[in-house]
Ligand binder design. Sequence first.
Ligand code: AMP
Length: 446
Amino acid sequence: MSFTQLGLSEAILRAIADHGYTSPTPIQAQAIPTVLTGNDLLAGAQTGTGKTAGFTLPVLHRLSNNTAVPSNNKSKRPIRALILTPTRELAAQVEESVRIYGKYLPLTSAVMFGGVSINPQIKLLQQGVDILVATPGRLLDHMQQGTVNLDQIEILVLDEADRMLDMGFIRDIRKILAALPKKRQNLLFSATFSDEIKALANGLLNNPATIEVARRNSTVEIIVQKIHPVDRDRKHPMLSHLIKTKQWSQVLVFTRTKHGANKLVEQLARDSIGAIAIHGNKSQTARTKALTEFKNGTLQVLVATDIAARGIDIDQLPHVVNYDLPNVPEDYVHRIGRTGRAGANGEAVSLVCVDEHEMLKNIEKLIKQSLPKEIIPGFEPDPHARAQPIQLRSGNGHHRNPRPPTGGVVKVANSRSAGPRGGSGSKTAKFSPRSNATHRSGGRGK
Ligand code: AMP
């Protein structure tokens, strides 16, 4: 299958070719023609499958095909497509994709999220933006200040909708939906289909096409997964030991809490291992800096909480460590999806103490396999250790709703097993953090 068979314009095909993609991923092959028909879409796809291009390409095509600016709004370009994402990182990454694929189109885009000054964003909105990528909170700020007009939205995309619900954005989303014109195209992307997502989809989507790409089973074969049983207070020495003896040079480590992330960074520093934590309490500038250093190889270890890690897109990230298991089993799938991307192999190891056995059981139930356990000599866990209750979160910021395993099926695509994947041939991460949170794309209309 080639991109040329999907019905995209020459300008878009040229941008795709420039970017180095040769063939569409399964989610792209299915989503692009569907979105081009103008139908609503419910898509099961997770980060790593190529889902971003799955919606940005046809959205760009549709907008550029019909450039008529409504007569009541001659002075300014109205926002015609709104893409909502759960996190700042993902928003920045999606908008970067819009710019990459839209570089030969006379369309403008902007990204807006919290944690940075709102004024430059207001200026951009005043100048006119065709495609707005935003996190729900900051978009609501703009709505409340009357600095954004959503009257002309033709296409709405909810990206990682499950994540948005997990992060408690449902009320914000409903407020935003209420401000949109009734007649529009809606695209909902989600890695999982819980009852909550189904309810949201039922209320939002009009006779949608549904795309369910293959489960992620075979990814699991490509990503080598391992459990290292360990005592609660031996996790940190074990991590240092693994990093040093296995000479891991680029490791993404997940902790459950922000406090845990900070503490681990300090402990690793004492072992002369360079690490930085990213989480919701860190400024956007600090997060951006850490990501830049991590992806260019100057930072060895990035410690992240689940929320902060959403949207981190680093090709061929070799090692992911679950320092703590996630309390939401679906997060395990999201976490290990950070490694072994775009066809590369990866390793995901989990340091599991007695407190986490229940979590491990839930994860294994979800992924329908039991994970191999390997005891590291010198770190044998105490067989008589008793489980203690786990602190699920720390600090303030976004609060997830820790949910019990939903029993909902994880509908995730696996582009690696289900079809050919070109790969950009580049080791560069596609996420380009910027100090300036808002930026435009494309030229202005000619
Ligand atoms: P996403 O699921 O949108 O986060 O994309 C995951 C990764 O796959 C990103 O690094 C993309 O640049 C890459 N990617 C997306 N589409 C393709 C494609 N057709 N061929 C090769 N790589 C792709």
